[in-house]
Write a protein that binds this ligand. Structure first.
Ligand code: NAD
Length: 372
């Protein structure tokens, strides 16, 4: 069986779908691995490292995927690469199923089985394959570290002979994987941390990390059975906005991470709220890839509005490319452990994971997100 790894071409995509350690594991299993030249450059994993691990280096992505049974990528492959895919191959990556449908249709037309790793079901068996978790965790950490670097004051309280430095007040909005890591990181840096979420279950997790849970009394729990959030009713949304408006005035740093699968990110921090924040305060909007939680956020830019700095980096996990690639490569390896049996791909379309992530099958687009 041959595995190919493509070189990412999307702007600012630093990650790669394999690490030298994972190449070694594939080779040990008897698989051939072809890595496109320069694929690991953004993660400081040079071609020489992949070669040493047992991979062959292909001239480019289209050459790498030729005859490959499994193609691993971070983002959707370019049309020239799709053209070179072998019929019946598996393509696994973060394929953006809620985005433009045409590239997914092209994958179906190419006769490959394409898997969107971000649709991994939130079940115990799939935890080791969960790319949203592995990447969001890094993003949450980096958001706080970047905020601390940009902030004109210190995070921890300091008692000095010249006076007391007060601790920074950090507010985390959305306490999923990224948000909880942001809470933990801000706490480690010595800030006074509060956090909010619309899922009641997040409250215990926030408190267990030593932060205060900010929640609208009497609000309906907005958790779905899949563990994600759903959109709030108009009444609850207003109540939440009033609570946030009151709280945010006193905060130094706000990190927003709130997402609703398949929907634009909810607006949580309005322009009016920003204008009540102290000059020198800072917002990091991690939801920017889905439009952002603050209407003033500009993708991959730092904006200043009346003394408040708003940062909205795209692909935050990619800012820690070394770790992000290493964990992503491992997620994919665990997925291959499921779909490769006795050295060959064997897709069990009744399996919850295969069905949950599978976008295309035998020439057709099959996932309900795309068909209904
Ligand atoms: P996500 O990235 O979809 O959203 C981030 C957070 O924003 C979520 O906690 C969500 O509740 C919150 N949110 C949405 N709308 C909001 C609003 N209006 N105001 C405030 N917060 C809002 O979520 P995620 O990080 O992928 O995690 C979702 C849940 O799934 C978490 O409980 C996480 O622990 C759980 N999870 C389970 C598994 C597993 O069991 N295998 C794996 C990963 C995550």
């Amino acid at each position: 069986m041959k595995i190919a790894v493509i070189a990412e071409t999307a702007a600012a995509e630093t990650r790669v779908a394999v690490s030298p350690e994972v190449v070694k594991a594939y080779v040990k299993k008897g698989f051939g691995v072809a890595v496109a030249a320069g694929a690991g450059k953004g993660s400081f994993m040079g071609d020489d490292l992949f070669k040493e691990a047992g991979a062959t280096i292909a001239r480019d992505s289209a050459t790498a995927v030729k005859d490959a049974d499994v193609v691993l990528c971070v983002r959707r492959p370019e049309p020239a690469v799709v053209k070179a895919l072998k019929k019946g191959a598996v393509v696994a990556g973060i394929l953006d199923p809620y985005g433009d449908k045409k590239p997914i249709e092209a994958l179906a037309k190419a006769g490959v089985a394409a898997f969107a790793m971000e649709l991994m079901p939130r079940i115990t068996r799939a935890q080791s394959m969960d790319v949203l978790s592995s990447q969001a965790n890094l993003a949450g950490y980096k958001a706080v570290v970047d905020a601390a670097a940009q902030f004109s004051r210190a995070f921890p309280m300091m008692m000095t002979a010249a006076g007391t430095v007060p601790p920074a007040k950090v507010f985390i909005m959305g306490a999923g994987v990224a948000g909880l890591q942001a809470v933990a990181t801000a706490r480690r840096l010595g800030a006074v941390v509060t956090a909010t979420d619309v899922r009641a279950a997040a409250g215990e997790q926030i408190k267990s990390l030593g932060a205060k849970f900010i929640f609208v009394e009497g609000m309906a729990d907005a958790a779905t059975s899949g563990g994600y959030a759903k959109e709030l009713s108009e009444d609850d949304r207003k109540k939440q906005a009033a609570l946030v408006a009151e709280h945010i005035k006193t905060q130094d740093i706000v990190v927003t991470t709130a997402l609703i699968p398949g929907r634009p990110a909810p607006v949580l921090v309005t322009k009016e709220m920003v204008e009540t924040m102290k000059p020198g305060s800072l917002i990091v909007d991690l939801a920017i890839e889905r439009g952002g939680n603050c209407p003033l956020s500009k993708a991959d830019a730092v904006v200043e509005h009346r003394g408040v700095t708003i940062m909205a980096p795209l692909n935050m996990a990619g800012h820690l490319a070394g770790n992000a690639s290493q964990l992503y490569a491992k997620n994919l390896q665990n997925f291959l452990d499921l779909i490769v049996v006795d050295g060959a791909v064997k897709l069990d379309w009744d399996d919850e994971i295969v069905k949950g992530c599978g976008l295309t099958r035998e020439g057709a687009v099959v996932h309900p997100i795309l068909t209904s």
